[in-house]
Design a protein around this ligand. Sequence first.
Ligand code: FAD
Length: 439
Amino acid sequence: MAHTDKNTEPENTTHLVWREISRRSRDMEKFDVIVIGAGIMGSCTAYKVAKRGHTVLLLEQYDFLHHCGSSHGQSRTIRLTYPEECYVGMAVESSRLWDEAEEEVGYRVVTKTAQFDFGMADNRSLQLSIDNCLANSIPVRVVGKSDVGKEFSGVFTLPEGWIGGVTERGGVINPTKAVAMFQSLASRHGAVLKDRVKVTDITKVDGGVVRVSTVSGLTFHGKKCVVTAGAWTNKLMESITSSPCIFLPIEPLHTEVCYWKIKPPYTNLFTPESGFPTFASYGNPYIYGTPSIEYPGLVKISLNSGELCDPERRSWQVDMELLEKKVKPWIKTVFPNYIDIDAGPVITYTCMYSMTPDADYVIDYVGGDEFGEDLVVVGGFSGHGFKMGPLVGSIVAGMVLDDHTGNDVDLSHFRISRFMDDPRGNLKDYEDFVSLQKQ
Ligand SMILES: Cc1cc2nc3c(=O)[nH]c(=O)nc-3n(C[C@H](O)[C@H](O)[C@H](O)COP(=O)(O)OP(=O)(O)OC[C@H]3O[C@@H](n4cnc5c(N)ncnc54)[C@H](O)[C@@H]3O)c2cc1C
């Protein structure tokens, strides 16, 4: 006779039979689409598939809204400024989809404000970002050392030789709230969501059905499957036993997010209500930040870099020496006297980027004899994917539902095959990506 634990009654045979039937029927669950990984990309994909009336299962290895991947925390920038034109149009369309989702759910996850990009006047990515605004009819004001004081209550100082571009189309997304929003919308449209379910294998069975196996022994079946596993993408792809392993050049980087104390008389100047922008400072160090929202009196100023890590063996440490060397001098230059840098970053947390060599995304069918177009891999968002979540969800829904509706994005930029043609991927003539920490 089996016992569930020492405090409960012994189970009778009927109970055991019921449990076995229930386990088998759960195992036999079949969906149009199975999505693996419930960060922003998986949650948006599940929402878009469910909204279009198809059955979808979203599986997550940890608790929903956990803090171990890339989609947690309180702020992500949404902006239209990109050195590459393809992302400009995508950001415009994704912004529209953020508005649409907020309207459907009935609350806000995005705080709109301006976006300020700045750096040395000859910085190639900055120049291209400004050019792309002009080419796409996005109003941009170009400012320099002498006139930056007219913007943002005069809190920014630009060194000699620096310029900046101001657009009105920036904003801050609350990521944890946003992921929760898409999960709840997905659920409203009938998606099945399961957390603490780690997928260990994906294979093809029974004349073409995709079978997803989990560490606890459960299996699920789907017509199509989508891997949105963030920094774990290669770990999951490598665990596929039936096909030759596909290795994608997606590297997990451990990074840190820092909040700094604004000196008390100036706290109001750093809020979105006062017009303080989301910003990016190009060059080395590449620094980015968001207005004071989540912690009153604090502003987020972080380094866009990271160090290689294993997502399951992270140090979780913050490199204070690096912040001392790279971020403090930058703050002294750009916000002189406004920030209490001696207090150090008063709040820090860690996160992971999934970097590709060209900092472009991977959105593609896995291909090959076994999976063909039945398995899609979506990853390598290289520190700039969050804003695109709703659009990526829509693109991927179109890919797995075989109609490619809902977007007209040219996906050739995001193909896996670009790394076969050249391991560096898409060629770029600028270098302002997330950098390796020691550089
Ligand atoms: C510090 C930082 C700042 C950023 N700033 C910005 C910004 O300002 N603007 C912007 O647009 N983007 C930004 N990004 C990038 C953006 O956050 C990421 O591109 C995005 O969150 C990636 O989402 P994802 O769903 O691909 O990955 P994740 O959020 O990591 O989701 C993957 C999920 O898959 C799950 N999973 C993995 N393996 C398995 C398995 N075997 N079984 C089940 N589940 C599994 C994981 O647990 C995880 O929950 C930033 C990223 C970081 C780290």
